[in-house]
Design a binder for this molecule. Structure first.
Ligand SMILES: Nc1ncnc2c1ncn2[C@@H]1O[C@H](COP(=O)(O)OP(=O)(O)O)[C@@H](O)[C@H]1O
Ligand SMILES: O=P(O)(O)OC[C@H](O)CO
Length: 509
């Protein structure tokens, strides 16, 4: 609860499974919050869609709810930060505000044949996989927005012509929310930030502009693309109808970049691992983009106003928390996510079972789109408790592979891992993560780091916070897990995991 004289920063965290509104005070503490899940649509195997009209309605609802819970009114909100699931692609009609197709979510693999086609390069001197990687820092993969935009334009009647005529607008979810918050059809602002743009496969990672020849190769007209801005500046004010009249929108960051800011990873070599629907590890690499051949992505960490951009290396894992949802919704062996821990704790170990959740192929460090999920090591001894345990272990094993790639790419090995996200309340998972990495795992006191990072970006732009030094001060350790597993067991478990992963390869012809 607040005193009326106090002022705050509000953050919207639009994630893959839910939308949250969180109000923060100057110490970076949560004052009030609200959250709402949205429907996951799976129209075919490998397809994942969201209804962005539902997401927009949920956004307004959680804003109202959070203000109400904190007994706040909008005049106490000095600025609004937006953070979002990245890559998820929406195209809408600028005159009506109606999406022309449900949003295609980052996990969706429908663009595989398009990516294969693009990779052939149409007989050009350099293969297009190299051209895309060189310009954008990303591999040509279904994960990113560019192929999703092209798919929608190819499959909705008349969309290519309407796009070229400037009638259609593309956005990742940040762009969709800002456009609606700032008036929609009556003057909504069409903008994104460098971190979100860096996930489209269309932005030049060096110049931070849309790359014309890459857009042409992808078949995406630049007319549909939003303006690329920094991650921290006043973009526009919220409209009268938004529930936050006159509040400046002053921060936009993709969720993983926001968590990097929320964890105060402002120096080269500092990083974090977020455990949500998927897992995403980002390590700050300073002011130059670092290319990587170990399966890590070159991406933006953040750019504050007119300061130099800060880059990161990223290890993205598609399926971690969503595996726990799958145990709940598709197998029915748990009734809520937390039960994965109670069931896993009932057995001494994994019972020989491994789960490789390659539901969207495998992302970092493998980038094997033809892989699919497998359970291996099964015997009649294995029961549902072992499957829960092996599922949680798969989350830690996948992150261990990313840490291995990070260590192979950085001058020094990681000495501890900062964590956050919805899964880090799971004690058994966090202990196993420390065990399998052989380094401490550290959780901050405030685990809403994604929302906090967007609030920081907004508050820095409006002077609520004066410098990143203030934000570093706000970071406090909540809990620490130290490794208990001996070296030989760790090596054996990792080697078995790697064997299990190979069993997932080469499934889709
Ligand atoms: N106690 C728990 N144990 C394991 N997984 C959990 C637990 N609580 C939540 N999760 C998982 O965390 C994910 C939600 O995390 P969150 O950070 O909110 O995700 P997102 O930002 O991707 O929407 C869900 O996929 C859920 O299955
Ligand atoms: O919604 P999250 O937190 O799982 O994050 C999704 C990522 O941004 C996808 O790249």
């Amino acid at each position: 609860m607040s005193s009326p004289a106090q002022t705050y920063v509000l953050s919207i965290d639009q994630g893959t499974t839910s939308t949250r509104a969180v109000v923060f005070d100057h110490a970076g503490q949560t004052v009030a919050s609200a959250q709402k899940e949205h429907t996951q649509h799976f129209p075919r195997a490998g397809w994942v869609e969201h209804d962005v009209v539902e997401i927009w309605a949920n956004t307004r609802e959680v804003i109202t709810e959070a203000l109400c819970r904190g007994e706040l009114n909008s005049s106490q909100i000095t600025s609004l930060g937006i953070t979002n699931q990245r890559e998820t692609t929406v195209i809408w009609d600028g005159a009506t505000g109606e999406p022309i197709h449900r949003a295609i979510v980052w996990q969706d693999t429908r663009t595989q044949s398009l990516c294969d086609e693009l990779a052939t390069g149409n007989g050009a001197d350099e293969p297009d996989t190299e051209r895309f990687k060189e310009r954008t820092g990303l591999p040509l993969a279904t994960y990113f927005s560019g192929p999703k935009i092209r798919w929608i334009l190819d499959h909705v009647d008349g969309a290519h012509q309407r796009a070229a005529a400037g009638e259609l607008l593309f956005g990742t979810i940040d762009t969709w929310l800002v456009w609606n918050l700032t008036g929609g059809v009556s003057g909504g602002v069409h903008v994104t930030d460098v971190t979100n743009a860096s996930r489209t496969l269309l932005m030049n990672i060096d110049t931070l502009d849309w790359n014309k020849d890459v857009c042409d190769a992808m078949g995406v007209p630049v007319e549909v693309l939003p303006r690329i801005a920094s991650s921290s500046e006043v973009y526009a004010e919220c409209s009268q109808e938004s529930g936050l009249p006159g509040v400046p929108i002053a921060g936009i960051l993709g969720d993983q970049h926001a968590a990097t800011v929320g964890q105060a990873c402002f120096g080269p070599g500092q990083g974090k691992n977020t455990y949500g629907t998927g897992n995403f590890m980002l390590i700050n690499t300073g002011h130059e983009p670092v290319r990587n051949d170990k399966g890590l992505l070159t991406t933006l960490a953040y750019q504050f106003g007119d300061q130099k951009p800060v880059y990161a290396l990223e290890g993205s894992i598609a399926v971690t928390g969503s595996l726990i949802q799958w145990l709940r919704d598709n197998l029915g062996i748990i009734s809520e996510a937390a039960e994965s821990e109670t069931r896993a704790a009932r057995v001494q170990d994994h019972g020989g079972a491994y789960v490789v959740p390659a539901f969207s192929g495998l992302f970092a460090p493998h980038w094997r789109s033809e892989a699919r999920g497998v359970f291996v090591g099964l015997t009649s001894f294995v029961n549902a408790d072992h499957i829960c345990r092996a599922s949680l272990e798969s989350v830690a094993f996948q992150s261990a592979e990313v840490v291995e790639a990070m260590n192979a790419s950085a001058p020094e090995d990681l000495t501890e891992l900062k964590v956050d996200g919805g899964m880090v309340v799971n004690d058994l998972l966090m202990q196993f993560q420390a065990d399998i990495l052989g380094v401490d795992v550290v959780r901050p006191e405030v685990i809403e780091t994604t929302a906090l990072g967007a609030a920081y970006a907004a508050g820095l732009a409006t002077g609520y916070w004066k410098s990143t030094a203030e934000l570093v001060e706000n970071w406090t350790e909540g809990q620490r897990w130290s490794p208990r597993m001996d070296k030989s067991e760790r090596a054996q478990r990792l080697s078995e995991w790697k064997k299990a992963v190979t069993r997932a390869f080469d499934w889709v012809e």
